[in-house]
Structure formats: structure tokens, C-alpha cells
Design a binder for this molecule. Structure first.
Ligand SMILES: [Zn+2]
Length: 273
């Protein structure tokens, strides 16, 4: 996706994820005015064989930065910083996320993850190029977080799953489906794996907003794919609109939709037929 397809999507849908290919810090600042408070994220990635050049971007709109006592929590290559107890609250979710993401996306492995958490209303724009093997990625991302906020934690996990799907799919053959659809499906599959449930979104406006007549074709496609992914997920939900563990049908759907192609398994099963 390109930056030039973003503005209306963000303005009207409080949309999911920035895709800022080719953009600079100036475009990030422009995007800031259009993203919802819970933020927008993007990745720009180029691969040469197993090596990738990647740029994770986080946009959290707001005014001044946090004024708080910052504390750090870390484990297993993950370091989280945030106000008060925020990092300690978020760390277990991030800890659980990487294995869940990599189970679907074996093309990648995140060796080092640095996350900074910021309270609602504080302004953050972060980005930075890195080069590494895809199985030794070092990522820095910023997320919105409010103390005890389940939905902010879920949003962070979903955004990370979405962006890493874009990276992993650089190693996959081109598919008929939009990559945005896969990214949006990955959000819910990973949220389900980590939190034990998903409603197909963390913030309702991200999937239930109106698609404006003012959208151009690209914006309409992005918004449509996000909504389509939501509809796919919600088919597995109970009456309350939530998919809960255990749900073998949903897990099978996730594996079939975003899991890595498994030629070895196909070969083995064909041998038994
Ligand atoms: Zn995307």
C-alpha cells in the first residue's frame, strides 16, 4: 500500500494499519493527523534471499509526551518500557505473541523486540531501518497503552501480527487474495491464540466504520479487505460475537488461510491415499 491511499481511510474508519511505503518522516507527521488515538503502524520491507531491509513505523497522535515515571520489564529478548506498571502488564502478552505469530509465519523469527508504551493523548512517531536475516529480526515498535486496558493490549498484539505478516509474505509466492486480507486475518488468529478469544477487532470502529463514497479505488479496497476479514472471522463466533478457545474450526481456518504452505505434509498425506 501507499501513503497516498491512507488519509480518507484513517479519517473515516479509524483504520487499522498504516502502510507507508516510500514515505519519510514528513508523511508520518501528516498521517498523524489522520490516525485514531490507538495509533497506526506500518512496515516497509525489501528482501534479498533470506536477508531483509525493514522499517517498522509507529504513529501515535497526540500532544506532549508522557509525563510519568518510566519503568522497564524484559524477558526472552523482549524489552518493554512504559509508565508505571504498564510494561510489566504488557510483557506477558508480548511474550506469548511471538511464538503464536511465528507458528503461522515460520519464514521469520524475531530475536529482539523493543516496545515502548505510551498513555492516551501522548504523541509518538517512531521508525528506523534495520537489516538482518529474516530469522534474526530486531524490531522496535511503539504502542498506545492505558493501565489495565485489555483492548490496548489486544491492539498491540494485532498490529504486530499484521505487520509481521507483511514481512513473512515477502517470502511467499504471490496469492490471489490481497495481502491486507491476510494481515487482517492474522490479527484475529494471533489475538485468539494469545488471549484465548477474538471478536475480530480490538477497536470496533476499525472494522465497523462506513466506507465513504469519497474513497478512491485503493482506499476502498483496503477498507473492504479489513471488513471482509472481520466477516470471515465472525462466522466462527458465538452469539456474543466472540470466538473463544477451544474452537478447532477457527484454528483450522487460521492455519489454512495464513499458515505457511506445507508441501511436505501434502506429499506425506498423498502417499497414504
Ligand atoms: Zn497492512
Amino acid at each position: 500500500m501507499r501513503i497516498d491511499r491512507l488519509p480518507l481511510r484513517f479519517a473515516l474508519l479509524a483504520a487499522l494499519t498504516l502502510a507507508l511505503a516510500g514515505c519519510g518522516i514528513r508523511q508520518l507527521a501528516r498521517a498523524e493527523a489522520l490516525v485514531p488515538d490507538h495509533g497506526g503502524h506500518a512496515v516497509r520491507v525489501q528482501t534479498i534471499g533470506n536477508v531483509a531491509l525493514y522499517d517498522f513505523m509507529s504513529v501515535l497522535p497526540g500532544g506532549e509526551g508522557d509525563r510519568c515515571l518510566v519503568a522497564e520489564a524484559s524477558s526472552n529478548g523482549i524489552t518493554v518500557r512504559g509508565c508505571g506498571n504498564d510494561a510489566r502488564e504488557m510483557l506477558p502478552w508480548l511474550d506469548a505473541s511471538l511464538p503464536a505469530i511465528e507458528a503461522y509465519l515460520p519464514e521469520i523469527h524475531v530475536s529482539r523486540l523493543r516496545v515502548s508504551l505510551h498513555r492516551p493523548g501522548s504523541r509518538v512517531l517512531t521508525r528506523g531501518w534495520r537489516t538482518s536475516a529474516l530469522v534474526n529480526m530486531m524490531i522496535e515498535m511503539s504502542f498506545r497503552y492505558a493501565p489495565g486496558s485489555d483492548r490496548h493490549a489486544r491492539y498491540a498484539v494485532r498490529a504486530m501480527a499484521h505487520e509481521l505478516t507483511h514481512v513473512a509474505y515477502k517470502r511467499r509466492p504471490a496469492q490471489d487474495e490481497s495481502e491486507e486480507y491476510f494481515g487482517a486475518i492474522a490479527e484475529s488468529c494471533v489475538e485468539y491464540a494469545v488471549f484465548g478469544s477474538t471478536s475480530g477487532y480490538a477497536f470496533e470502529a476499525d472494522v465497523k466504520g462506513t466506507i465513504s463514497d469519497g474513497f478512491d479505488d485503493a482506499q476502498r479496497e483496503s477498507a473492504t479487505e479489513a471488513k471482509r476479514a472481520y466477516r470471515s472471522v465472525i462466522e466462527f463466533a458465538g452469539d456474543d460475537g466472540t470466538v473463544r478457545q477451544p474452537n478447532g474450526y477457527f484454528e483450522a481456518f487460521c492455519t489454512a488461510t495464513i499458515g505457511a504452505p506445507r508441501p511436505d505434509r501434502r506429499t506425506a498425506s498423498q502417499q497414504f491415499q
